[in-house]
Ligand binder design. Structure first.
Ligand SMILES: *[C@@H]1O[C@H](CO)[C@@H](O)[C@H](O)[C@H]1NC(C)=O
Ligand SMILES: *[C@@H]1O[C@H](CO)[C@@H](O)[C@H](O)[C@H]1NC(C)=O
Ligand SMILES: *[C@@H]1O[C@H](CO)[C@@H](O)[C@H](O)[C@H]1NC(C)=O
Length: 811
């Protein structure tokens, strides 16, 4: 590899950047930003649901798709333990990106006890992002066990017209394979799969089967066949079927028992159906785990000036990627921890958030016909669905094992974390979500489930989406935060003439306010569409309330247009709210007013107001007024004097008056957490005292979702009924900083100030517990037990739980 070319590329980049900065050629900047973004984010393990699965971004007609699977082929039942998609039932001890950045690559470690394997996948790219390599390195967890680590790589050149293909080139060495490929979109390329070291599994003192000499574990097996693009994700099923058929053939033709040392050979691929080639390739290597093994898969673009040529090149690229990530990480986060392992915990947690980023393309199922059942509030079956035109989405995921797809309300939180590490990446993800807002209706699905591969991981009842259901609009919060951040950098740079000269590729967007502003301007009409849809679909009919407020003598102070509820709740759940089983008014009723819905509309409005103000759009005054009305309604309609907190509201069945439905917990804090309450409000203190009360929300491990005093605390599903959740803790902690900037000081130990104490205790409790659980249970979790602090729910939940990294490195 020619290092000079690297340097030239960087120098060019800086030069273009610098000159464009000086001459203020906005178009140049924009182009440069696009080139950098498109190339640095082209290749990555974007198949979030796979332990390791690669595909390019925004290449949909003819992507090259890759995946890696493995099993212990010395075990008769090994085939059933073949790993492909992340599956919690595999009970892997570990499947973790230790260090990863989609722009550079990284390292994922797998500890699979059932298969006696410790595998490390290192993924790296060249500077221009066009050429990449995956190093597969393995060792036995227990070398004394005589196992065989069988690694199966598959490659598929998708594209059903004849212009895309991939062919194996015949060569002298059966273990080092070479392919040439052509993708209509990517162009010509070359792939090699070559061994660095290792020992193939050879049967002791036995010759292979006479009847099936090609079933041989002592060398690499290769099989090319035709698999339709839509079926590629079934690579594991297809492999298992081929092996099973092959075994049937072998066992039916021999009467003697098969010697155990021949089992790995039985589990190798051979071409029993006489397939005549095709664009789908399996490459299987079965290693004797008495020794470690390592091989490299290298992809070089044909026109490449600077190819990845050797084992040494790959080693260098891995070192360089890890160095770059460490430098970037250290620059973006400040850690004052004595313990180095806390820092590697933070880097690993962030890496797993980034390692979950996926690029999805495919059809989705939507039911636009079925009405919600809001007489009985029973769950409706969304039977009238249609498969709609393909969409694309670039998104983080909550957890690769359990939720390997985009979730609308998680995304805003996830991006609050991503933006502190890589602002441009966060904006790419966010733009992709805004792009899928429907032009006509303004709706966005709550879960974005695109294509058969994604659907295969979702229980049937959750596959179909309906445009009647909303979800907390967290993306608005993130977008306005991003704009404010870039704007502040921009403003402060006016007095700093040296600004921008450093020309770091990573900061292109963050430090080029004009590009960001232009981008947001072009997204703005969709934001407004979505806002309008949200408000009109969640609005409450207020005829009954008009009379009630009149009787109470407060009608003149109420803004009847700004009262909302989550449409689509059922008796037991309010899925649209995101807080599924959080207790609500019983029985459910159309006249229910949800305080969290109102708060979310409030923050949407406030965010749009900020965007309109910074971008000098004419709508600022309109949003200002709506925001004011919402803030007033929060107090006049939702504040309960009796309970000293914000509550849902409903109409009493008997006296038909307004009643507060108070279940103290996350929804009571939300107006505070979203920073909607005026700074001089007398409610602030009351909310803080609810937060710090050990008998209500405060625990040694973070804020409980529901008060310990509530009758529903920890009952039934116990999902949002006490468990500690990171996103709500995060925004509350952040709101404390916002409301009490002067009272929160570094000095936490002997602080007499109750706010300072609350802030630091809450912060430390969250950090210490999540860290402790990670050390003990090996993962970051969906939520945490309010009594013991133990992790619960989905494991490796490195979506919003990863916000702990901001708390450690920023707060
Ligand atoms: C970058 O990618 C986007 C999305 O595919 C495309 O629209 C745009 O033209 C690309 N820009 C450049 C400079 O290649
Ligand atoms: C797995 O292998 C890596 C080196 O490749 C090593 O650092 C690590 O300690 C191993 N893990 C276990 C659990 O054996
Ligand atoms: C990788 O491939 C691209 C595209 O053909 C080429 O221009 C580039 O020089 C190659 N190598 C590196 C190290 O970027």
């Amino acid at each position: 590899m020619k290092l000079i070319a690297n340097i030239i590329f960087q120098v060019q980049l800086i030069a273009i950047f610098f000159s464009s900065f000086v001459y203020a050629k906005e178009n140049k900047d924009e182009e440069l930003y696009q080139i950098y973004t498109n190339s640095s984010l082209l290749w990555a393990p974007y198949r979030s649901n796979c332990y390791f699965g690669l595909r390019p971004r925004y290449i949909n007609d003819s992507p090259l798709i890759m995946g890696i699977m493995w099993f212990d082929s010395s075990n008769q039942n090994g085939l059933a333990q073949m790993r492909h998609f992340v599956n919690l039932e595999d009970k892997l001890k570990r499947y973790s990106w230790e260090v990863y950045d989609p722009r550079y690559g990284g390292k994922e470690n797998i500890i699979d006890e059932a298969n006696n394997l410790n595998i490390t996948y290192s993924f790296v790219k060249t500077n221009d992002g066009q050429n990449w390599s995956v190093r597969v390195n393995g060792q036995a967890l227990n070398p004394k066990k005589k196992t065989s680590g069988s690694i199966v790589v598959y490659l598929s050149q998708n594209g059903e017209d004849k212009t895309s293909n991939i062919i194996k080139i015949d060569g002298p060495d059966p273990n080092n394979l070479h392919f040439v490929g052509l993708s209509k979109e990517l162009g010509d390329y070359h792939i090699s799969v070559t061994d660095n070291y290792g020992k193939y599994f050879k049967a002791v003192k036995r010759t292979p089967f006479e009847t099936a000499p090609d079933a041989d574990s002592s060398q690499t097996s290769h099989l090319a066949m035709v698999v339709p693009d839509k079926q590629i994700w079934k690579a594991r099923d297809i492999f298992q079927t081929l092996i099973t058929e092959s075994i049937n053939q072998i066992t039916s033709s021999t009467s003697t028992d098969i010697h155990p040392s021949l089992i790995p050979s039985i589990f190798t691929l051979r071409n029993i159906f006489n397939f005549n080639g095709g664009n789908f390739h399996y490459i299987q290597k079965s290693f004797d785990m008495k020794k470690d093994f390592e091989f490299d898969i290298i992809y070089n673009h044909e026109k490449s000036l600077e190819k990845i040529n050797s084992e040494n090149d790959v080693t260098q690229l891995i070192q360089s990627a890890i160095n770059k990530i460490n430098i970037k990480f250290n620059k973006k986060f400040k850690f004052d921890y004595k313990f180095e392992d806390k820092k590697s915990f933070a880097l690993e947690t962030l890496s797993n958030l980034l390692g979950g980023i996926g690029y999805f393309h495919g059809t989705q199922y939507v039911d636009r016909i079925t009405e919600l059942n809001e007489d009985t509030f029973e769950k409706v079956d969304l039977k009238n669905f249609a498969e709609e035109a393909p969409l694309e989405l670039f998104s983080t995921v909550p957890s690769r094992g359990f939720f390997p797809r985009g979730f609308y309300w998680d995304e805003g939180f996830n991006l609050l974390q991503v933006m502190e590490y890589d602002f441009g990446l966060a904006f790419e993800l966010l733009s992709s979500w805004i792009n899928i807002i429907e032009e006509e209706t303004g709706w966005v699905p709550r879960e974005v489930i695109l294509g058969d591969e994604a659907r295969s991981k979702v229980p049937d009842e959750f596959i179909v989406q309906t445009p009647r259901i909303a979800n907390p609009p967290t993306l608005f919060v993130t977008l306005s935060e991003m704009l404010i951040k870039a704007y502040e950098i921009h403003e402060s740079s006016k007095s700093n003439s040296n600004f921008g000269v450093a020309g770091e590729e990573n900061n292109l967007l963050e430090e080029n306010y004009e590009i960001l502003a232009a981008r947001i301007k072009s997204l703005y009409p969709k934001l407004v569409k979505h806002y309008d849809w949200f408000r009109s679909s969640q609005k409450v009919l207020t005829d009954d309330y008009e009379e009630i407020f009149d009787d109470e003598g407060i009608l003149d102070n109420i803004h009847l247009d700004e009262l909302y509820r989550w449409s689509g709740r059922t008796r037991k759940h309010c899925l649209p709210s995101g807080l599924d089983d959080y207790p609500r008014a019983q029985p459910p009723d159309l006249s229910e007013l949800n305080v969290d819905t109102l708060a979310w509309v409030g923050i949407m409005t406030k965010s749009l107001k900020k965007i309109a103000s910074i971008l000098e759009l004419k709508d600022e005054a309109k949003y200002e007024k709506i925001e004011r009305n919402i803030i007033e309604n929060l107090d006049t309609v939702h504040w309960s004097e009796e309970n000293n907190c914000y509550c849902d509201v409903s109409i009493d069945e008997f006296d038909e008056g307004r009643v507060h439905v108070c279940h103290k917990g996350y929804i009571s804090l939300l107006p505070f957490a979203l920073k909607l309450i005026p700074e001089n409000s007398d409610k602030l203190e009351k909310i803080v005292s609810l937060m710090e009360d050990k008998e209500e929300l405060y625990s040694e491990f973070g804020l409980r979702s529901l008060s310990k005093q509530d009758q529903y605390y920890r009952t039934e599903e116990d999902y949002w009924r006490g468990k500690i959740w990171m996103p709500m803790n995060y925004i509350n902690l952040d709101a404390l900083r916002h409301y009490f900037p002067d009272r929160i000081t570094e000095n936490k130990k002997n602080s007499k100030d109750s706010i300072n104490k609350l802030y630091h205790n809450l912060k430390n409790n969250l950090i210490n517990n999540i860290f402790k659980v990670w050390k003990k249970q090996g993962f970051v979790y969906e939520n945490y037990d309010p009594e013991t602090g133990a992790g619960s729910g989905a494991e490796q939940f490195t979506g919003w739980t990863a916000l702990i990294v901001n708390i450690m490195g920023h707060f």
